[in-house]
Design a protein around this ligand. Sequence first.
Ligand code: TXA
Ligand code: MG
Length: 346
Amino acid sequence: MPHNPCCDDPNHHHDAPAPPPHPDRPRVLPPGPAAYAEAAETLTAGNLVAMPTETVYGLAGDAGNDAAVAAIFAAKGRPSFNPLIVHVADVGAAEALVHVDDRAARAMEMWWPGPLTLVLPRRADAPLSLLVSAGLDTVAVRSPAHPVARALILAADRPLAAPSANVSGHVSPTTPMHVVEEFPDGGGARLRLILAGGRCAIGVESTVLDLTGDRPLLLRPGSVTREELESVLGPVDVATAADGVKAPGMLISHYAPGLPVRLDATTVGDNEALLAFGPDQFLRGGAVRLNLSNNGDLTEAAANLFAMLRALDRPGLSGIAVMPVPDRGLGIAINDRLRRAAAPRT
Ligand code: TXA
Ligand code: MG
């Protein structure tokens, strides 16, 4: 028996080979003309492509194709009453799908392309799958700013339904490798390609604003804040549980890592992971620690949030302790996602 230089335990396997990848593991492609052409063909055939956006990676399919939309729901294991965001190139493309009144036009002019999703009345003749809005008479539309998402929408030449590219209830992906981790088997072989577009700059999902009522209703906080919306649109209401499951991204347990999450931590246990914010030298201990932003920058913290929750979600630890994050600006969206990550699991 050869001498083992590392230890004397003959049962200790060194460099155990990783299991072979699933045959349907999606391919990660760097963006470029050939990648866009292949991705457009994949979408036209009713299959799925993961695309980077400035917020998080999306699991995109042809929004006009029932089978493609059903494949998105199936891959995510998402309850089908949860409608999807439809991604378009510009205001003109949105106008083919929804009724755009003056108020919506002002919001689009101000924030599109960008991280603002608008819920608007669906046009009777909208060339969209009924499944995409899950039976509602409204559609959520967004024009992403990320150049790779924009190039893909243009190459596919159709609106793309795209929820975050994670299994329902999991933390949203902000890198191409996160998407591979979520769908190692290609989501039942329908997710063929992942367009690699680096790390998402914003890191939390778009702001969702319902413009179908008299007063704008904020369904999901994001990087476009309530104050910014109010400066252009006037008073904005904030959806509460009383608004029902208007946006099921509002389901209380959501964006959850495997470990329990403990908020507003001022101490950390020996077997806990610490997700710190700001100068954290006064908080000692923890099995492993990461800092959302050493100098307390909320934009940096949002961009790091989901990747750090994933990185701290390690077997053998008892939980993730999270230091308080100020509840202003982007901190409101960060705290919304953290509360869901910490909520009792359903
Ligand atoms: O940043 C984002 O918005 C990402 C990227 C990929 O664009 N997408 C995303 O999609 O977060 P998703 O499906 O994970 O979240 C969509 C949110 C959900 O809270 C959903 O309930 C809400 O938008 N929504 C979609 N259509 C709606 C509708 N017709 N009425 C009300 N809420 C709607
Ligand atoms: Mg999501």
